[in-house]
Design a protein. Structure first.
Length: 184
């Protein structure tokens, strides 16, 4: 980190919003371009950059940057990108496991978002474990990370991961049974 960056970041750590604005105005265009090249969607690229800067401000007192601020911010963009990709893949897995298959040719694309959400909630509500239901609702319906879910439920991260896995497996079994019964 060069002297100017160190000085600005030290001021940010002391809650200096002007220093934060200087950093934001300097790095936002570059980070937006980087995010856009990764995700190829304008709005999502903007969201990623906003998340990076919001996290920087929120965690300013706890962050220690040993490299350049620029390198730190680029790594943060990459982290936000990979987190979004993992969530999307996880959501696709979850949708594939729901016990309410769509019978028309267009699949899930033809369902309205509200109806799909209702069907997912019904499937989750049919699970016997209260913890599993809560974990699935937070991670898949409210799109919270496992870490955020663990904090909200006041449980260990491992518990959230294992409950999510169990819930998906159970929903997959329910889906298979429902498909077999619907073909009889």
């Amino acid at each position: 980190m060069n002297y100017n960056e160190r000085e600005l970041f030290a001021r940010i750590k002391q809650d200096d919003q002007t220093a934060f604005t200087v950093i934001y105005n300097h790095y936002q265009p570059m980070l937006h371009l980087e995010a856009y090249h990764k995700i190829l969607q304008q709005q999502e690229a903007e969201d990623i950059v906003q998340e990076v800067f919001a996290s920087l401000w929120k965690r300013r007192a706890d962050i220690d940057i040993n490299t350049s601020l620029k390198g730190f911010l680029y790594k943060a963009v990459h982290f936000q990108f990979t987190t979004r990709i993992r969530k999307k893949q996880s959501n696709k897995k979850f949708l594939a496991a729901t016990p309410f298959p769509v019978t028309d040719e267009t699949g899930y694309q033809s369902l309205e978002k509200k109806e799909l959400n209702h069907q997912l909630q019904m499937a989750i509500n049919n699970l016997s474990s209260d913890t599993c239901r809560k974990v699935l609702k937070l991670t898949y319906l409210q799109q919270k990370s496992h870490k955020e879910t663990a904090a909200e439920l006041n449980v260990q991260l491992h518990t959230v991961k294992s409950q999510a896995s169990r819930g998906i497996k159970h929903l997959t079994r329910m889906n298979r049974r429902h498909r077999v019964l619907s073909h009889c």
